[in-house]
Design a protein around this ligand. Structure first.
Ligand code: LRH
Ligand code: MN
Ligand code: MN
Length: 426
């Protein structure tokens, strides 16, 4: 074990003094304004985000990939990496596997490894956007939307195989993201493509165990540049309704056209009980998969404001499955994931601070300025001491990035695994 409870505890001692005074100050201030600080800290500590198995290696762009020393070469290594993040943050207690990038050879051993790190298996991800070596059919012209029935059947069967693997691991959901679409006008018939997709998704849905959920992800463009068959939340929502009760829409923050009002999409989906899954990342231009909160933190807060409202007021919506879907090419991936977790929890904590009753009053009185002030007051609170308290109380690191560097985690990984390993994935 590169780090353990004792080394983290030891490290925390150097942070305790500053943390104690910052927390006492904030806690006092929030309590005076009517907030229940210990309840908020508990909610932060309970919030768990899945890490996808493809985010642990250095990501690439279509122009190249620069590998990072000590990258995980196997699924076991990937679970160890997530275990490290979870030990430092207490917020990454789940893994989301991608098949076939991370097929477990020995299911029992993988289950034991995950359990040893306190990890559960969240949504399984299928892949019908790449042809694998030895594939009997090609997805070059689509998968679940394919006009060729054999391709379609092959893609449906792959999803059923992912469900079988997920069942053995104890997962309870399948995420389907499709690259299916057209790069040129006239390439496909929109209605035929949509109806084939609906048919295929219904077959996959029918192949799921009774206690599983299906998450249908949407994306407006890329890899296809003219049209994507499941392009937006409305298409995903319609398909989820066609499949049945346990099919839901999955929102990925990077999968919107510029300036889309994502928080409103969330509110609409939760109102209808159809927000199933959520992929966090950030972007300036497109599906950039940057560190969460690195570009548009206020938008992230507004999104969390709707999520918190929905969790509290929409019993018709299941508790969403959270996942970080970010990966890029210049940072240490583990440090990057820790930064993403911090941004997620900050936005969550700020949203928990919104005085919902006062906001409702302001809305009823059409007091626009007051409503805006209420949101901005919450957003402008430095909530980091609350996150530190949540981590400290659960035996994680008060400051995870500083602990990661101080305990020389990357150096240990490089000496164990070598400098020139390449992780599977994107
Ligand atoms: C598509 C996407 C989707 C995939 C992942 C690899 O852009 O966000 O969630 O499964 O990338
Ligand atoms: Mn995604
Ligand atoms: Mn994406």
């Amino acid at each position: 074990m590169i780090i353990n409870k004792d080394s983290i505890k030891q490290y925390n001692k150097s942070e305790t003094e500053n943390f104690n005074s910052d927390f006492a100050y904030l806690s006092d201030k929030l309590t005076k304004s009517g907030a229940n600080v210990s309840e908020i800290v508990k909610k932060i500590a309970d919030f768990q985000v899945a890490v996808p198995s493809w985010a642990l290696g250095a990501g690439g762009t279509r122009f190249g990939r620069f590998s990072y020393g000590g990258e995980p070469a196997t699924l076991e290594h990937k679970l160890e990496d997530i275990g490290l993040i979870h030990a430092l943050t207490n917020s990454a207690g789940a893994v989301s596997l991608h098949i076939p990038w991370d097929i477990p050879d020995d299911v029992q051993a993988i289950k034991e490894k995950a359990a040893a790190h306190g990890l559960v298996f969240d949504a399984m991800n299928s892949n019908t956007f790449q042809d694998q070596p030895g594939a009997q059919q090609s997805y070059k012209f689509g998968s679940l939307n394919a006009s060729n029935e054999d391709v379609r059947a092959y893609a449906v069967e792959h999803n059923k195989e992912v469900i079988r693997i997920g069942k053995e691991l104890g997962s309870k959901s399948l995420t389907v993201w499709l690259a299916d679409g057209a790069s040129f006008p006239g390439q496909l018939n929109f209605q035929t493509a949509l109806s084939k997709t609906e048919q295929s998704l219904k077959e996959i849905y029918a192949g799921m165990p009774e206690d599983w959920k299906l998450f249908i992800e949407y994306k407006p463009y890329e890899p296809n540049f003219y049209s994507t068959t499941i392009q937006d939340w409305g298409t995903s929502f319609m398909l989820a309704n066609a499949c049945g009760e346990r099919a839901y829409t999955l929102v990925d923050l990077g999968h919107h056209l510029p300036n889309s009002n994502i928080e409103q999409i969330i509110a609409t989906l939760m109102y209808k009980g159809k927000l199933g899954g959520f992929h966090f990342n950030d972007s300036k231009y497109g599906d950039d998969d940057l560190t969460v909160g690195s570009i548009k933190p206020y938008a992230l807060f507004l999104i969390f404001n709707e999520l918190v409202y929905g969790i509290e007021n929409n019993p018709q919506n299941p508790y969403p499955a959270w996942m970080i879907d970010a990966s890029h090419n210049i940072k240490d991936p583990l440090e990057d994931l820790i930064q993403s977790l911090e941004a997620i929890l900050m936005a969550y904590a700020q949203a928990l601070l919104v005085d919902q009753k006062a906001l409702k009053d302001a809305q009823l009185n059409n007091d626009v300025v007051r409503a805006q002030e209420i949101l901005q007051n919450a957003y402008r609170t430095d909530v980091r001491p609350l996150l530190k308290a949540a981590r400290f109380q659960s035996g994680a690191a008060i400051d995870p990035i500083s602990a990661y560097r101080n305990l020389k985690v990357r150096e240990h990984l490089i000496s164990e695994r070598g400098l020139n390993v390449k992780a599977t994935g994107l």
